[in-house]
Design a protein. Structure first.
Length: 387
């Protein structure tokens, strides 16, 4: 072969002698076939081969299999963000005239997707309060195809009865889909509670290192088949580099969650005793309105909490600006502790009435407790609260 051909084709492909311990990053857009019969076998579903990375990639599949087994699901599908997972699920499962019953206390991106974008294509949404979600059977009508909800909920960490919503949905022929991001699959396993499909912003606990944006859906293969088709058409797939990072992050999920759980409880207990604090919202505290429910359906309470420092938005801003160990940033679920103010992030622009409806005050700060020494986190909160 001449030089131009050698440098292009010389060292491509797999090494027959290498048996890697870790999953290699299959940084390839396309995959080789030996013959036309080989391609035909792929097309007819008689082959385990890969064709094109938008349809599937071994590095992505390896991380998907791990998440499927964590959730006890038939399959999992990774996406380029949590929002891509949500949008592809809704577009893959719904048609014009179908209704989604959605918790009003939901991630803002989900709410806007339903209210502002999918509404333009004839998909109807009904937003339900927590009180209404306590009687899910009353919410599900003829047109309801999906009940979409979260538990625990941002930023108050209120919980809804996962098994009750799943059972009411199933009894009325609607699919239940939970955003399990705040809990993680180690603290809450919704499929075992009867939920059809679990969604995560993998950007948070599953990856855990605040360096990858990704999303996932986990559920029965037959149910997710139209979503798989939609993913091919919409193209919100995950890059193999990002899938590798997620596969690596997942290996420490168990030890990370154990530390998030214990740090979370330690910090929440300290905050609860501090007279300078108006309230602390953490489902692991006996004082939380949904503690009994959280104990029933969760095996750990995670690192997310919300603290009301009093003094209105000025009080929250003063506390926020004085933090030294907690980093001032949105997002959650990473190794480093973060603080954000709901009034400046998720609830930005909300009226006083909307805040009251969601149980949110201007003096609330949301904490994502990371893996640092809990005493350093407590010392930081202590100095930020000093008068
Ligand atoms: C609960 C929850 N669901 C979904 C999302 C959206 O995920 P992503 O940012 O990965 O698209 C987020 C992001 O903050 C979230 O907190």
């Amino acid at each position: 072969m001449r030089p131009a051909t050698t440098i292009v084709q010389g060292s491509q492909g797999k090494d027959a002698h290498a048996s890697p311990l870790t999953t290699p990053i299959y940084e390839t857009t396309t995959f080789l076939f030996d013959s036309a019969a080989d391609v035909r076998a792929y097309n007819e579903g008689r082959s385990e081969k890969f064709l094109y990375s938008r349809y599937g990639n071994p590095t992505v599949l390896a991380a998907e299999k791990t998440i499927a087994s964590l959730e006890g699901a038939g399959m999992a599908m990774l996406f380029s963000s949590g929002q891509a997972a949500t949008a592809t699920a809704l577009l893959g499962l719904l048609k014009a005239g179908d209704e989604v019953v959605c918790s009003a206390a939901i991630y803002g991106g989900t709410l806007h997707l339903l209210a502002d974008l999918l509404s333009r294509f004839g998909i109807l949404s009904r937003f339900a309060t927590l009180d209404e979600l306590a009687h899910p059977e009353r919410l599900i009508g003829e047109r309801t195809k999906i009940v979409w909800f979260e538990s625990p909920i941002n930023p108050t960490l209120r919980c809804v009865d996962v098994a009750a919503i799943a059972a009411a949905s199933r009894a009325r022929g609607a699919l239940s889909i939970i955003d399990n991001t705040f809990a993680s699959p180690l603290n809450q396993r919704p499929i075992a509670l009867g939920v059809d499909v679990v969604m995560h912003s993998v950007t948070k606990y599953l990856n855990g290192h605040s360096d990858v944006t990704a999303g996932v859906l986990a559920g029965p293969a037959a149910l997710l088949a139209p979503v798989d088709k939609a993913r091919r058409m919409l193209g919100g797939v995950l890059d193999p580099q990002a899938a590798y990072a997620i596969g690596r992050g997942l290996k420490t999920l168990d030890v990370r969650m154990a530390r998030h759980n214990s740090n979370g409880l330690t910090v929440a207990r300290w905050l609860e005793k501090d007279p300078r604090i108006t309230s602390v919202y953490y489902p692991g505290l006996e004082s939380h309105p949904d503690h009994a429910l959280a104990k029933k359906q969760m095996s750990g309470f995670g690192g997310m909490m919300c603290v009301d420092v009093g003094g209105g938005l000025a009080g929250a801003e003063r506390f926020f600006d004085r933090l030294k160990v907690f980093r001032r940033a949105a997002s959650l679920g990473g190794v480093e502790s973060l603080c954000s103010l709901p009034c400046l992030t998720s609830q930005w622009g909300h009226t006083d009435a909307q805040l009251a409806e969601a149980g949110i005050t201007k003096s609330m700060a949301r904490l994502s407790i990371g893996l640092e020494d809990p005493q350093d986190l407590i010392d930081d909160l202590d100095q930020a609260l000093a008068l």
